[in-house]
Design a protein around this ligand. Sequence first.
Ligand SMILES: [Zn+2]
Length: 160
Amino acid sequence: MTATDGFAVVRADSEFKLVALRDFPAGSRLFAVEGQITEEPTRYSVQVGAGIHLDLPGGHAPEELMDRFFWRFTNHSCAPNAQLRGRDFFALRPIEPWQEITFHYESTEYEMAEPFDCHCGESACRGRIEGFRYRTEDEREQLRPMLADHLLSMLNVVHR
Ligand SMILES: [Zn+2]
């Protein structure tokens, strides 16, 4: 799958973002993440399992990155419209053409390689985004509907 299959990487205000080019119903599969498996998270990696991160392979031209590894331009939102399940992203709600695709970075990252202050403007905004590890039990519970499997299993352990 490439970015031409319904997605585009857009640069606006010196920031890259991933947008949908067509309608995606709630619950539909959006795209897969592919890359190099590493144990060390980076600014660009996404966590897909306990101690497993997918990072961008080196040595690719910018055009190829945008075409084949466009998942890496998926930005964080505290009220996202996508979630990671396994190694695929799914729509949490209906997505329309030109809407930005976002996910909650703390729904995949146990510990962020580069924590940052979020300015998404959503009422649910948490401010400092540093990883699932730093969320309270209540905050973890709020993330439950969008949690990736490896963090969901941690949540379930806590409650048993
Ligand atoms: Zn936010």
